[in-house]
Write a protein that binds this ligand. Structure first.
Ligand code: SF4
Length: 391
């Protein structure tokens, strides 16, 4: 057994162990038991260390509550991943990439998990049905990007991961391999020098990490991220907007800045999915837009991820942006900058004089539809700088 597997065995994975660690006076053991029956719990030593007190943002991410039993507004497979699954373990939704579920387990289990219908259950993410997945990828030359996920792929042994890399690298049209993993937060010891040496043989390999709160970036985690970056793995991060965890602009800004320092590029902030049992984690879209507005311009653009809703029912990721544009007409665009100051950008002359045709026609008809909804505006007389009015 490797060192990281031994550390995993020290996890808290039962209600009794949890009550023992934090005290039966603060944990309603009988009340929580149905929630434990509903979805696995496991807290690795690293995840436990991140909890400073019962009910803090780290606690909320991992410890069940009876609110999970409220499934009034949630659906089991909210993104309809199974509807886009041509063979077991594969979801093919977008034109040039597939999701490949390679592991049923995670080091720690997040209560808001979109895939909680499957995660933790080896029968639902079978490890003995990879051949049909490889055959599917092989038969579809348009697939250039394979995203390994689960569960957490990094829960597999190096030997099994190398087998997956080898099989994928035998398929000429697979250009990029991505690993979706929360292991650097849950079990940083898993990022061993041996894994880093192995993965170098199969580049380009990317890793999408998952961090929701600045407290997750402990020195051990930052060191693990450094080992991955040194091994040539570009690192991105997806974050889920969660009520009671990170629904605060200051917390998100600190998280994004800490990620950048750890050589991780923030990639997505997701609205929490409408997953059964996760209703209590959801907040409003307006809150997400407020957070993006508090990031854009106020910190490096590299630290500003895309804010998206993964459309329920399988529509894919849809980006959401705060409103900066006040008006577009055929002469100018009027907008506000990050600080709320007003500016004008002149449209190019050819956009006004050239008759609409083909793609330009479509673009222009969009502009006109925006324009039609606005009050006609007097022609601008000054340069962009002179039109600044401020607020
Ligand atoms: S690590 Fe990812 S897959 Fe595993 S429980 Fe958390 S969100 Fe779900």
């Amino acid at each position: 057994m490797s060192d990281w597997q031994k550390i995993l065995h020290e996890s808290v994975d039962t209600l009794d162990k949890l009550a023992e660690k934090f005290g039966r006076d603060v944990i309603d053991v009988d009340g929580l038991r149905p929630a434990f029956d509903n979805f696995q719990m496991r807290l690795t030593p690293a995840a436990l260390d991140q909890i400073h007190e019962v009910g803090d943002p780290m606690w909320n991410q991992y410890v069940p509550t009876v609110q999970e039993l409220d499934i009034v507004d949630g659906v089991i497979d909210s993104l309809d991943e199974d509807g886009d699954s041509p063979v077991p373990n594969i979801t093919h939704r977008y034109p040039d990439r597939v999701l490949f579920l390679v592991s049923p387990v995670c080091a720690s289990y997040c209560r808001f998990c979109t895939r909680r219908r499957k995660v933790g259950d080896p029968e639902k993410i079978p490890l003995n049905q990879f051949e049909s997945a490889f055959a599917y990828i092989r038969a579809h030359p348009e697939i250039r990007d394979v995203i390994m996920s689960g569960g957490d792929p990094m829960m597999l042994s190096d030997r099994r991961l190398e087998y997956l890399f080898q099989k994928l690298r035998e398929i000429p049209h697979v250009e990029i391999i991505r690993i979706g993993s929360r292991i650097t937060s849950h079990l940083p010891q898993r990022i061993t020098p041996e894994f880093c040496d192995m993965v170098r043989k199969y580049h380009p390999v990317y890793m999408n990490t998952h961090f929701n709160h600045p407290s997750e970036l402990t020195p051990e985690t930052v060191a693990a991220l450094g080992r991955l970056a040194d091994a040539g793995i570009p690192l991105g991060c997806q974050t889920v907007l969660l009520r009671g965890v990170n629904d605060d602009a200051g917390v998100m800004k600190e998280l994004m800045q800490k990620l950048m320092k750890a050589r991780v590029r923030p990639y997505y902030i997701y609205m929490a999915d409408q997953v059964a049992g996760g209703e209590h984690f959801r907040t409003t879209v307006e809150k997400g837009l407020e957070i993006i507005k508090a990031l854009r311009g106020w910190t490096s653009g590299l630290a500003v991820p895309h804010f998206v809703i993964d459309a329920p029912g399988g529509g894919g990721k849809v980006p959401l942006l705060p409103e900066y544009v006040e008006e577009i007409n055929d002469e100018e665009v009027i907008f506000r900058n990050y600080a709320g100051e007003r500016y004008v950008y002149k449209q190019p002359r050819h956009a006004v004089s050239v008759p609409a045709c083909g793609t330009a026609a479509a673009a222009e008809s969009d502009v006109f539809s925006i324009q039609a909804a606005k009050k006609p505006r007097k022609k601008a007389s000054g340069g962009a700088k002179r039109r600044k009015t401020g607020t």
